[in-house]
Ligand binder design. Structure first.
Ligand SMILES: Cc1cc2nc3c(=O)[nH]c(=O)nc-3n(C[C@H](O)[C@H](O)[C@H](O)COP(=O)(O)O)c2cc1C
Length: 397
C-alpha cells in the first residue's frame, strides 16, 4: 500500500468507517436466476470483486417490487425468501474488508415493456422509438406502498449482513422521474415545486432510516441534472442535496442523465482534460459549497492523478468507477498500491447510429465482461460487439 490519499479511511456521519476512497459504482449485472433469485454466478462475481480492494462495492440495481423490474434478469428483493442467498453474497464479498451496499431501485416508466403495467409520477412516456409504454400515474396510496417497499428491502439487506444501502435516485428511474418536471406533472403534494418533487426521495430516505436505525449507512445516487430542456436542473439538484443533507443522509453520489440523454456514460463530456475525465466535476464543486454531507463522484475517472487531485482539493470524499471494474476486477488494488496509475476505457461502438446513440452497447458489452468474471473466466478486452448484440436482440426483441 503506498501513501496515496486514495488509501485513507473515511468515517461516514452514521459512524461507519470505509477503508479507502474507491467505490465500485452500481452496474446492473442481469445475472439473477428465475424470479429474481441471486444466482451463484452473481455471488462469484462479487467474490472476485471483493478481492479487488474497493472500499465500497455498490450492487447493480436491485428491484424492490416484482411487478416493476427494469431488466429481465434483475435481482428482486421484496421479502425474505432469498435471505440465504443474500447472506452468502455478503459473506463472500466482504471477507477481505470491502463493504457491500445494495442499490435499491424502482424503474417506473423506464422499463422496456417487460412489466404487465408501467407506473410513474405522471402519464409521460420515455420518448425512444416505441420501446416504452405510456405509464399510469401512481395513486397516493401506491406511492406510500413503494416508499414502504424501499424501506423493507433495505431492512432485509441489513439483516443479511450487507453494510449499507443506496437509493437509486438517478438516471431517469422512478425517484428521478418524480424529481424531473418533464416526467412529473402532478398537481398534488408530490408534484409542482422542487420541495414537492423531492418529497418521494426524502420519504424513502426517512422510511429506510426508521427501519435500519441511526448507525447504518444510507446513500443516494442523484443526477446533477437530466440535461434535457425543461428538465431537472443543477439548481434544483443542489436544493435537493440540501434537503437530503438536512435529513442526515450519509453519502450522495453524483451522476447525471437518463435513457433519453445518457450523460452518465460520458456523452456530454467537455473539452478540458479534467472535465473530460470526471464528467460532473464542476457540479460537485458547487455541491461542496452547500453541503457537509460526504460526496462521491462517478463517471469518467480513469487516472490516479485526477482522483488524488480531486480528493486533495477537498472537492469530494470518494471516487466512483464502474466500467473499469468490469474490465479489471483488481483495479482498486492496483491503484491503491501504485502498481497502476491509469486505465484506458474506450467507447464501445457498433457503427449503427441508433444503437450507438442509445449507449446500449456500452452497457451490454460491459455486462458480457461481468458475465465472464461470474463464470470464473478472464475478461476479454477484444470481445466482439456482434455476439453481444445478437444476445440482446434474442432477449429483448
Ligand atoms: C453495464 C453497466 C450497468 C450499469 N448499471 C447501473 C445501475 O444498475 N445503477 C446505476 O446507478 N448506474 C449504473 N450504471 C452506470 C454506472 O454506475 C456509472 O454511473 C457510469 O458507468 C459512469 O461511470 P464509469 O465512467 O466509471 O463507467 C451502469 C453502467 C454500466 C456500464
Amino acid at each position: 500500500m503506498n501513501n496515496s490519499i486514495l488509501s485513507t479511511p473515511f468515517k461516514l456521519p452514521c459512524g461507519v468507517e470505509i477503508p479507502n476512497r474507491i467505490v465500485k459504482s452500481a452496474m446492473s449485472e442481469n445475472m439473477a436466476a428465475s424470479k429474481g433469485r441471486p444466482s451463484e454466478k452473481l455471488i462469484h462475481l462479487y467474490e472476485r470483486w471483493g478481492r479487488g480492494g474497493a472500499g465500497v462495492l455498490v450492487s447493480g440495481n436491485v428491484m424492490m417490487d416484482h411487478k416493476a423490474v427494469g431488466e429481465p434478469h434483475n435481482v428482486i428483493i421484496e421479502d425474505e425468501r432469498y435471505l440465504k442467498e443474500l447472506k452468502k453474497w455478503a459473506t463472500k464479498c466482504q471477507s477481505n474488508g470491502s463493504h457491500l451496499w445494495m442499490q435499491i431501485n424502482h424503474p417506473g416508466r423506464q422499463a422496456p415493456r417487460i412489466n404487465k403495467e408501467v407506473v410513474s409520477a405522471s402519464d409521460v412516456r420515455v420518448k425512444i422509438g416505441k420501446m416504452y409504454a405510456v405509464p399510469r400515474p401512481l395513486e397516493g396510496e401506491e406511492i406510500w406502498q413503494i416508499i414502504e417497499g424501499f424501506g423493507n428491502t433495505a431492512a432485509i439487506a441489513k439483516k443479511a449482513g450487507w453494510k449499507g444501502v443506496q437509493i437509486h435516485g438517478a438516471h431517469g428511474y422512478l425517484v428521478s422521474q418524480f424529481l424531473s418536471p418533464l416526467s412529473n406533472l402532478r398537481t398534488d403534494h408530490w408534484g409542482g415545486s422542487v420541495e414537492n418533487r423531492a418529497r418521494f426521495a426524502i420519504e424513502i430516505y426517512k422510511n429506510i432510516r426508521s427501519k435500519v436505525g441511526p448507525n447504518f449507512p444510507i446513500g443516494i445516487k442523484m443526477n446533477s441534472a437530466d440535461f434535457q430542456r425543461g428538465g431537472f436542473t443543477e439548481e434544483e439538484s443542489l436544493q435537493v442535496i440540501q434537503m437530503l443533507s438536512a435529513e442526515g443522509i450519509d453519502l450522495i453520489e453524483i451522476s447525471g442523465g437518463t435513457y433519453e440523454r445518457s450523460a452518465m456514460m460520458g456523452t456530454m463530456k467537455k473539452q478540458s482534460t479534467r472535465e473530460r475525465e470526471a464528467y460532473f466535476i464542476e457540479f460537485i464543486e458547487k455541491a461542496r459549497q452547500i453541503t457537509k454531507t460526504p460526496l462521491l463522484l462517478t463517471g469518467g475517472f480513469r487516472t490516479v492523478e485526477v482522483m488524488e487531485e480531486a480528493l486533495r482539493n477537498d472537492e469530494l470524499d470518494f471516487v466512483g468507477m464502474a466500467r473499469p471494474f468490469a474490465v479489471d476486477p483488481n483495479i482498486a488494488n492496483q491503484f491503491l498500491s501504485g502498481e497502476k496509475s491509469s486505465i484506458e476505457i474506450n467507447p464501445i461502438k457498433t457503427g449503427v447510429g441508433l444503437i450507438d446513440k442509445l449507449g446500449a452497447m456500452e452497457v451490454k458489452w460491459y455486462s458480457a465482461q461481468m458475465d465472464r468474471i461470474g463464470k470464473g473466466k478472464e475478461v476479454k478486452p477484444d470481445l466482439s460487439v456482434w455476439p453481444v448484440i445478437f444476445k440482446m436482440v434474442m432477449e429483448r426483441g
